[in-house]
Write a protein that binds this ligand. Structure first.
Ligand code: GAP
Length: 465
């Protein structure tokens, strides 16, 4: 974790610079909802694009899909979510606030180092009641027992509100890949092992405060399902665990030292084995993704509940079987947060004339996923706008480009550093004579003079790697 970074600093930077705003802020907000501003939207889209490239585009045995958010409610009965996708909650009888039992334990002094989930529902309840865990809101220890609280958002379709009209907002994207297994296999003509990637919204009725965008009620998942054989599945599970780390470090540029794996102590209802990948946020390690061995749980249950075959016939051996699934699941919002935390740097650049330390805040985001790749900065407004517009028009055909002709050039450089723009291109009066510009590198702050006609290649070399 960065020594000088706090969640408060990160949140303020995101709000002030246009990465992320509070959801419906002018109405007092809505807990655990956020809106992405111009820079946040670019960053999140770039992370999603990179994920798609890595998991879908660059693998000849992969295809993608885009399923609906609303599905037949029987999908969620078969998947086990209606019966089992719930949080263990306890109410404080004194101040009437509601808390997750596992969070209460792990954040209490009595529960230091304890993996609460491993205690099970009864064990967690006993722990809180017998060890006198206090309410983080009022400090008292007067609890109800645990009640399971469904994480699924329900809504109604049509004009009636009876139970036959209930539909759920999906709590994971994965089920579209499962219910479409036969469509996907038949139309792609891929043979097992093959995989299907999908990026889309998921919804969970999270009641605990979220550490900025870490825990939200609506979020983007990037999920890849590998359909494989039981025999190969453990090997595939290990490979996908490695692949997740490769994605975080090589494609998103996250520092390996800030990442760790954590095996699940208690497996959720569908999993045979599961491991979380965690990033070291300013509030501690938090899950950013997971590799799950889902076995035949989902396809088997959909076959049973729908009455439709989920079997695959091997074209070589003619063996007929329900494939085993390995899932690689990643949260785009949590990765945005991890990328921002990882990229944040405060650098002391000496002292100004008054003796104050000159500190620059710079987001060293990997250029390929940075919101803007380049900023065009006319040295002065007078006489340089036309040439600068020309440079902007040329660059913006290839890269997200921003334009700034306000304030001193030094201030404009700092502004771009703070939002992670890898390059600034300054147009000056000499440019009108020699068609050259000054290009400044965000990380080294080095400047060089290059021909306008060489700019696209120079930026491509850095931003596409
Ligand atoms: N299909 C498997 C699945 O949904 P999960 O561990 O529950 O597994 C996968 O979720 C990822 O989705 C997590 O690793 C996390 O990055 C993201 N995620 C889950 N709940 C979230 C929430 N409330 N807010 C933001 N992201 C969340």
């Amino acid at each position: 974790m960065k020594k000088n970074l706090t969640m408060e600093k990160l949140t303020a930077l995101c709000k002030n610079r246009g990465f992320i705003y509070s959801g419906s802020d002018i109405y007092g907000g809505l807990a655990n909802t956020w809106d992405y501003g111009p820079l946040g939207a670019e960053l999140k889209n770039n992370i999603k694009r990179e994920w798609w490239k890595f998991f879908v585009q660059e693998d000849k045995n992969s295809v993608g899909m885009d399923g609906g958010i609303l599905m037949n409610p029987n999908v969620w009965v078969a998947s086990g979510h209606v019966a089992g996708f719930a949080d263990p909650l306890m109410d404080c009888k004194e101040c009437k606030t509601r808390h997750r039992a596992d969070h209460l334990i792990e954040r209490s002094k009595q529960g230091k180092g304890i993996n609460a989930e491993a205690l099970g529902e009864k064990g967690m309840e006993q722990f809180v009641l017998e060890k006198g865990v206090t309410c983080p809101n009022c400090g008292k220890a007067n609890w109800t027992g645990i009640r399971q609280f469904s994480l699924m958002f329900k809504t109604n379709r049509g004009v009636t509100e009876d139970s036959s009209a209930v539909v759920y907002l999906r709590p994971e994207t994965a089920q579209s890949q499962f219910v479409n297994f036969q469509n996907l296999q038949r139309t792609s003509r891929l043979k097992i092992p093959f995989g299907v990637g999908q990026i889309g919204k998921a919804f969970r009725n999270e009641i605990t405060p979220g550490n900025f965008t870490f825990r939200t009620i609506e979020f983007d998942q990037m999920e890849y399902q590998l359909f494989t054989t039981e025999k190969e599945s453990l090997n595939d599970y290990k490979n996908f665990k490695k692949k997740a780390m490769q994605f975080y470090t090589e494609r998103l540029g996250l520092n390996k030292k800030e990442l760790q794996f954590k095996d699940h102590a208690v497996l959720c209802h569908y999993a045979k084995a599961a491991v979380d990948a965690e990033y070291n946020f300013p509030f501690g390690f938090g899950e950013i993704g997971g590799t799950h061995h889902r076995g035949r749980f989902d396809l088997g249950n959909h076959q049973e509940h729908s009455g439709k075959s989920m079997e695959y016939v091997c074209p070589i051996t003619n063996d007929k079987y329900i494939p085993t699934v390995i899932e690689s699941s990643h949260g785009a919002d949590r990765l945005v947060l991890a990328v921002l935390a990882d990229a944040y740097n405060e650098e002391e650049l000496g002292k100004d004339e008054k003796g104050n330390v000159d500190t620059r805040v710079v987001l060293k985001i990997k250029p390929s996923i940075a919101p803007y790749k380049v900023a065009v900065l006319p040295l002065q407004k007078k006489g340089l706008t036309e040439k600068s517009d020309e440079v902007f028009a040329m660059l913006s055909k290839h890269f997200m480009t921003t334009y700034d002709d306000t304030a001193s050039i030094g201030k404009r450089y700092r502004r771009q550093d703070e939002i992670g723009t890898p390059f600034c291109v300054t147009v000056d009066y000499e440019t009108l004579e020699d068609n050259c510009v000054t290009i400044r590198d965000r990380d080294t702050m080095k400047q060089e003079r290059i021909k306008i006609s060489d700019l696209v290649k120079k930026l491509c070399d850095v931003c596409n790697s």
